[in-house]
Design a protein around this ligand. Structure first.
Ligand code: PLP
Length: 398
């Protein structure tokens, strides 16, 4: 698989173990962007000349492919800058349409900041309370507590499909069922879901699903908000500008239909085209086998850490409900120091709070080191990381 990713030609010694932050890009995605600028570049939805019509066609075909992949209608696929913007659209426009004083929003303690902060802003604006589903001792979502927290007062339940820190696949079907039983809306932050799991929004029956292209082999600056048509239609626009209007007069404006209503201004055309190719790439992959591959690497690392490194605390137990992410804290080595030692050996891991400060507090740490394997990693990469850890212990413990 490594051969499909040109970055490893530019950096043959690179061990990239930070796929939860962003994925590397396959040749096909890079080529599609290159091709767009070399021979297809024009603005979309505007020109009556061939070049523009062709750019519009490729751009919209990309939307169709993405919609088919997640089993949505194409008008339900809104191009956004990424997961963050997608959640902000729902929190702001959806907040205006659906939240009333006294309502409650239910999130979980392990959300990425982008699935907390937009709701905090909306909660303050609309007089709404936020409640958080806690974790059990084995760092899974506490479903008993969720049952107590999701009540007739709940208007929105929003949670990650997969945790970016723990790599745990959340029991989203159970939680969506709880939300539906009380008439609440549901949103899934799929930033870490789409790269690992086949997503069918109809089967999940969530009201909204957000993801970023760059974590799923696509370009940065592009992502998707899926929303059920009736809900998107009931929401006011998020931003005003070109493309999102039906008619503008000096007295006021009316809105275009979906999906344009939520896509003000010139879109990220090459990003959307690249994302379409990334989705084709995902479609061509045996996702279940790749999940098993990532789990295998995560398990191998966990086992070796347990055997050889008593000073390393592993923050999540491997399981079937897990994408292979290994998050650790070393008793004597700061995560940033460990990441710096890894970097000196061309190994990329992530250190910090992973945009999940509330989860860090729950875990009783300020930061962690995170190893997140992907399809371009193998057992030799895990060995390289372990060697760097040995080197760090030598440096810091002697
Ligand atoms: C679970 C989760 N949600 C949301 C985001 C935000 O994604 P983006 O920065 O691409 O908008 C991330 C990125 O790390 C993430 O891992």
């Amino acid at each position: 698989m490594k051969a499909l990713f040109p970055i490893f030609n530019s950096h043959p010694a690179l061990v990239y173990l930070d796929s939860n932050a962003t994925s590397q890009k396959p040749q096909a995605v890079i080529e599609a962007i290159d091709q767009y600028y070399r021979s297809e570049n024009a603005n979309v939805h505007r020109g009556v000349y061939q070049l523009s019509e062709n750019a519009t066609r490729i751009f919209e075909e990309s939307r169709l492919r993405i919609a088919a992949y997640i089993n949505a209608e194409s008008v339900e696929v809104i191009f956004t800058r990424g997961t963050t913007e997608a959640i902000n659209i729902v929190a702001q426009s959806g907040g205006q349409a659906f939240l009333r004083p006294g309502d409650e929003i239910v999130l979980t303690v392990c959300e990425h900041h982008s699935n907390i902060v937009p709701w905090q802003i909306a909660a303050e604006r609309h007089g709404v309370t936020i409640k958080y589903i806690p974790l059990t001792a084995d760092r899974r979502l506490d479903l008993e507590a969720a049952r107590e927290l999701i009540t007739a007062k709940t208007r929105m339940v929003s949670l990650g499909h997969v945790s970016n820190v723990l790599g745990v696949i959340h029991p989203v079907r159970e939680i969506i069922a709880m939300a539906k039983a009380v008439g609440a809306l549901t949103m899934l932050d799929g930033a870490q879901g789409i790269p690992h799991l086949k997503v069918d929004v109809k089967e999940l029956d969530c009201d909204f699903y957000a993801f970023s292209g760059h974590k799923a082999f696509g370009p940065t600056g592009i992502g998707v908000l899926y929303g059920k048509k009736a809900l998107l239609n009931a929401m006011p626009p998020y931003q005003g500008g070109g493309d999102m209007i039906e008619k503008v007069t000096l007295q006021g404006s009316t809105w275009n239909e979906l999906p344009s209503k939520f896509e003000a201004g010139t879109p990220h055309i090459e990003g959307a085209i690249g994302l379409g190719v990334a989705i084709d790439f995902l479609k061509s992959l045996p996702l279940e086998k790749l999940l098993a591959h990532d789990q295998h690497l995560g398990r191998l690392l966990t086992q070796k850490l347990r055997e050889e490194f008593p000073r390393v605390k592993i923050l999540v137990e491997p399981g079937e409900d897990w994408v292979g992410t290994v998050t650790i804290v070393h008793e004597n080595i700061h995560p940033h120091d460990l990441a710096a030692v890894c970097d000196s050996d061309n190994i990329a891991i992530r250190a910090g709070h992973h945009c999940a400060q509330p989860l860090m507090e729950v875990l009783g740490v300020t930061s962690t080191a995170r190893v997140s394997p992907g399809l371009y990693n193998d057992e030799a990469d895990i060995e390289r990381f372990l060697a760097a850890l040995r080197k760090a212990e030598k440096l810091f413990l002697s």
